[in-house]
Design a protein around this ligand. Structure first.
Ligand SMILES: Nc1ncnc2c1ncn2[C@@H]1O[C@H](COP(=O)(O)OP(=O)(O)OP(=O)(O)O)[C@@H](O)[C@H]1O
Length: 443
């Protein structure tokens, strides 16, 4: 279908469902144009900057509109024609330059985004486009193996492609250089090192928890932080803890770490873990097909750390080498292959836990959720629990039907769709869903 017709369909749908004020439709939407960037990315060109601001507030409604026709979530951005054309030219240049990066470079393109890391990913992209503004320093924290270094390297690569001067160091290397210079007691050497670091547009320091806490190293570091913030240049730090929990730093340092944006990378949720497993399988080139429920099982049980996922996929490849090319790897194979591997807590997540959390919230029983009663409270609880079984556990609609008192898969689909619609329409309901989701996935 032509993009123009497709855009008309979406606008008509949003109009019909009264999801947008008619004046806004008239003034900003009917005068806009849709541009398809890829199957997953669309840009809506609006006539004015004010229009962009207003429509950005309604982004979720548009995402809903696209999903109704495409049956998938897509990225929707708003822009004016002038800005879009300017960015497009810059992107083409960047695309050319990015071909110079090694194949295994850690970039935003090969970082898989899901609810556990989307905030950190967004903040990381933001400091590349707006260096030295409000998110300075950017402080990313989280457990080992969840992608902190990956995001820091992505910032480095992307900023370098935009012709920025970037210094990325591990805290160990930074400490070594500083201690070396200080031990020599040669003032010029210390000044040279300071100037060398300060000459960059970005200073990225990984695993800050390992930084030496000696007074003089701290003093040196404090000076660097001040130079960067005063000159509007970007600082990025990563750590396994929040700034407040970092031991041994002076209070003034903690205040500096907190003066920009601290953002977590949380433990993987099952949907993201599943995407990373599928991506690794594809990247590493497993020859055999693997069944969906087998991947979900791996995601539920072994995805507390992305490094572990890589190890799991290596074992799958080894299994593949020993198997027939036509063999389809199923759940039974996987359970057998990983029977001695200790599983992560995610394995404890199941439909029962979802039903318990939702039943408590709506003050109904699990029996009622599985039963036939259709009071508003029971229906809401049932539909929401089905929705969570889909987005958190990634169960199929047939599977969910069976788990909720033997319902038809089309009943499940319409329940999920009802919840999605409510989330887009009602901000309060969206908040409830977010908080219940956190309660369910918390370890
Ligand atoms: N969301 C993701 N998408 C793709 N690859 C990822 C993702 N998260 C992590 N990885 C990969 O997992 C591996 C471990 O990630 P990384 O080194 O960035 O973790 P980390 O949080 O810095 O851990 P540590 O605190 O131990 O240094 C890397 O190979 C990284 O590329």
């Amino acid at each position: 279908m032509e993009t123009k017709q497709f855009w008309e369909l979406i606008v008509n749908k949003l109009k019909k469902e009264n999801l947008i004020d008619p004046d806004i439709i008239e003034e900003y939407i009917l005068t806009s144009e849709l541009v398809k960037i890829s199957n997953k990315e669309y840009v809506i060109l609006v006539r004015s900057n004010l229009g962009v601001t207003i429509l950005n507030e309604l982004k979720e409604v548009f995402v809903y509109g696209f999903k109704s026709f495409l049956n998938d979530y897509v990225a929707v951005e708003f822009s004016t024609k002038v800005i879009f054309n300017k960015n497009n030219k810059a992107n083409i240049k960047k695309e050319e330059a990015s071909k110079l990066l090694p194949d295994n470079a850690l970039t935003f393109d090969n970082f898989i985004v899901g609810s556990s890391n989307k905030q950190a990913n967004l903040a990381a992209k933001n400091v590349v486009t707006n260096p030295g503004s409000s998110f300075n320093p950017l402080f990313i924290y989280g457990d080992s193996g969840l992608g902190k270094t990956h995001l820091l390297q992505a910032i480095k690569n992307e900023a370098t492609l935009s012709n920025k001067k970037v210094l990325y160091l591990t805290s160990e290397d930074f400490t070594k250089s500083v201690v070396n210079a200080l031990n020599k007691g040669d003032l010029k050497e210390i000044e040279d090192l300071k100037n060398k670091i300060n000459s960059n547009d970005f200073f990225i320091l990984d695993d800050i928890q390992f930084l030496s806490k000696k007074d003089k190293t701290n003093e040196f570091f404090f000076n660097i932080i001040n130079n960067f913030t005063e000159n509007g240049k970007q600082l990025v730090f990563s750590s396994d803890k929040t700034p407040e929990l970092l031991n041994g730093f002076e209070k003034r340092m903690i205040t500096r770490f907190n003066s920009g944006l601290s953002t977590p990378i949380n433990s993987l949720d099952i949907a993201t873990a599943k995407l990373i497993i599928e991506w690794e399988i594809k990247k590493q080139g497993l020859k055999q097909k693997i069944k969906e429920d087998a991947i979900v099982y791996l995601a539920q049980n072994f995805s507390d750390d992305v490094r572990k996922i890589k190890g799991i996929v290596n074992r799958l490849l080894f299994f593949g080498i020993q198997s027939d090319l036509n063999h389809v790897i199923d759940l039974e194979n996987i359970i057998d292959l990983f029977k001695d591997t200790p599983s992560a807590n995610l394995g404890l997540l199941n439909v029962k836990k979802i039903k318990e959390v939702v039943a408590k919230k709506y003050d109904v029983t699990i029996k009622a959720i599985d039963g036939k009663a259709r009071t508003t409270e029971i229906k809401n609880a049932r539909h929401l629990a089905m929705y969570f079984a889909k987005i958190i556990l990634n169960h199929t609609s047939t599977q969910i039907g069976a788990e909720f008192g033997g319902r038809d898969h089309s009943t499940v689909l319409s329940a999920i769709s009802r919840i999605e619609k409510l989330i887009y329409k009602e901000k309060e309901f969206k908040k409830i869903v977010e908080s219940l989701k956190n309660e369910i996935v918390v370890k």
